[in-house]
Design a protein around this ligand. Structure first.
Ligand code: P1T
Length: 388
C-alpha cells in the first residue's frame, strides 16, 4: 500500500512511484531500457530477471497507478485492449460474461470475435440495475463488464448498487474507467473488484503512447493476472512506461481544465439551433445526472451530440472544424472530434448501433485543454457552415 494513500490525487500523481534514484539521486525516474538483468549466481538477482516479467520503470508506474485508483496492485500493459485480453484469459472456459451494451467498439469486437468461442457474452443496458439483477440471477455469470460513462453514449451505471448486486451473486465486477480517469471516479471505492484503463487516453494525456492498466485490491486475482501477463507477454515497454509516468504528473490539472472547457461547450451546444441533442453527464438534461453527481467527482471532458440534418451535415461539420482534429481516440491535451458510426464503433453491427442510438448524425468530441472560447468559436463556425 502506498505511503501516499491518504494524500490527494494531485499529490499522488507526482509523488507515488517517484522516489529519487538510489544510484544517482536523479529526481525523475530513470528509463531502464534493458531486456535482461545480470545474475551473480544462477537464480540470484536483485528482483529483476527479464523485462517481460519486471522492469523498474514499469514498477514505478504501477505503484503510481495503484495509488491513484486506491488499489493495492496494478499491472501496466501495452494497450487498453491487452489489459482487457488478460482479464478475459483469467476466466475458465465456457464462462458467462455480462457486458454493458454500449462499450468501446474494439471491446465489442474482442468479445464477439476472439473470445466468442471460449466465453458466452450477454450484452445488456446496465443502467437498468433492476433488470441487471434479474439477468445475473438467471444467467449466473462469472464476470460483469461495465463502462460508465459508456463510449460513446455516455450512459451511467450506478456502481455502488451494481457492486452490491454482483457481490451477492459472487460475480467479479470490472469497470473500464477510461472516460473518467482516476481523477473523477474511483470504482474500487464503490465496491468494484477490478478497474481497467486505456492509458492511451487521459492517464497519459498527450496522445503519444498506447497503454493499458489493470488495478485491483484482491491478491489472489492479482497473482492470477500477473502469471498471465508473464506468460502471454503484453507488458508495457520501459520507454512507454516512462512517458506515461511523465504525462500522469499533470493528470489533476489537465482533468480540471478538460472539465471546465467541456461544461462551457456542452452548454453552448445545447443552445445551438443546429444541434438536436447533447449528451454530457454534467448537464441536468442527462438521464443519469443525479447518479453522476453521486458517484463521480466531476463530469469529464467527453461530449456526444446529434447534429441536425443527417450524415451530409455531419460530414461537412467534421470537415470544417479546425481546432478539433478529426481523429479516433480521446483524452489528450488537444481537442479531437470523431464520427462513432464510421470510426470508433464501425465494428458494432449497424442494427445494434441503431438500437443504441449511434446514428449517422452522432458526433463525439474529446474536449482538450485549449482556450474554451477558441474551441467554442471553432464549433460555432462549423455549425454556421451547415446552417447556410
Ligand atoms: O486503444 P487502447 O489503448 O487499446 O484502448 C482501448 C479502449 C478501451 N476502453 C475504452 C473505453 C476506450 O475508449 C478504448 C479506446 N478507444 C478509442 C480509441 C476511442 O476513440 O474511443
Amino acid at each position: 500500500m502506498s505511503k501516499y494513500q491518504r494524500k490527494d490525487i494531485a499529490t499522488k500523481v507526482i509523488h507515488a512511484g517517484a522516489h529519487a534514484d538510489k544510484e544517482t539521486g536523479a529526481v525523475t525516474a530513470p528509463i531502464y531500457q534493458t531486456s535482461t538483468y545480470v545474475q551473480s549466481s544462477p537464480g540470484k538477482h536483485q528482483g529483476f530477471e527479464y523485462t517481460r516479467s519486471h522492469n523498474p520503470t514499469r514498477t514505478r508506474l504501477e505503484e503510481c497507478l495503484a495509488a491513484i485508483e486506491n488499489g493495492k496492485f496494478a499491472i501496466a500493459t501495452a494497450s487498453g485492449m491487452s489489459a482487457t485480453t488478460l482479464l478475459m484469459h483469467m476466466l475458465p472456459k465456457d464462462s458467462t460474461v455480462i457486458c454493458g451494451d454500449d462499450v468501446y467498439g474494439g471491446t465489442y469486437r474482442l468479445f464477439t470475435t476472439v473470445f466468442k468461442n471460449t466465453h458466452r457474452f450477454i450484452f445488456t443496458d446496465t443502467t437498468n440495475t433492476a433488470e441487471l439483477k434479474k439477468i445475473i440471477q438467471k444467467e449466473k455469470p462469472q464476470l460483469l463488464w461495465l463502462e460508465t460513462p459508456t463510449n460513446p453514449m455516455l450512459k451511467i451505471t450506478d456502481l455502488a448498487v451494481t457492486a452490491e448486486i454482483a457481490k451477492a451473486a459472487n460475480v467479479i465486477t470490472v469497470v473500464d474507467n477510461t472516460f473518467m480517469s482516476p481523477y473523477f471516479q474511483n470504482p474500487l471505492n464503490l465496491g468494484i473488484d477490478i478497474v481497467v484503463h486505456s492509458m492511451t487516453k487521459y492517464i497519459n494525456g498527450h496522445s503519444d503512447v498506447v497503454g493499458g492498466a489493470i488495478i485491483l485490491n484482491k491478491k489472489s486475482l492479482y497473482d492470477q493476472l500477473w502469471v498471465l501477463q508473464n506468460s502471454i507477454g503484453p507488458s508495457q515497454s520501459p520507454f512507454d512506461s516512462w512517458l506515461v509516468l511523465r504525462g500522469i504528473k499533470t493528470l489533476a490539472v489537465r482533468m480540471r481544465t478538460h472539465e471546465a472547457n467541456a461544461k462551457l461547450i456542452a452548454e453552448f451546444l445545447e443552445k445551438h439551433k443546429m444541434v438536436e441533442k447533447v449528451i454530457y453527464p454534467g448537464l441536468p438534461s442527462h438521464p443519469q445526472h443525479e447518479i453522476a453527481k453521486k458517484q463521480m467527482k466531476g463530469f469529464g471532458g467527453m461530449i456526444t451530440f446529434f447534429i441536425k440534418g443527417g450524415i451530409k451535415n455531419s460530414r461537412k461539420f467534421l470537415e470544417t472544424v479546425e481546432l478539433f482534429s478529426l481523429a479516433e481516440s480521446l483524452g489528450g491535451v488537444e481537442s479531437l472530434i470523431e464520427h462513432p458510426a464510421i470510426m470508433t464503433h464501425a465494428s458494432v453491427p449497424a442494427p445494434i448501433r441503431e438500437k443504441l442510438g449511434i446514428k449517422d448524425n452522432l458526433v463525439r468530441i474529446s474536449v482538450g485543454i485549449e482556450d474554451a472560447q477558441d474551441l467554442i468559436n471553432d464549433l460555432k463556425n462549423a455549425l454556421k457552415a451547415i446552417s447556410n
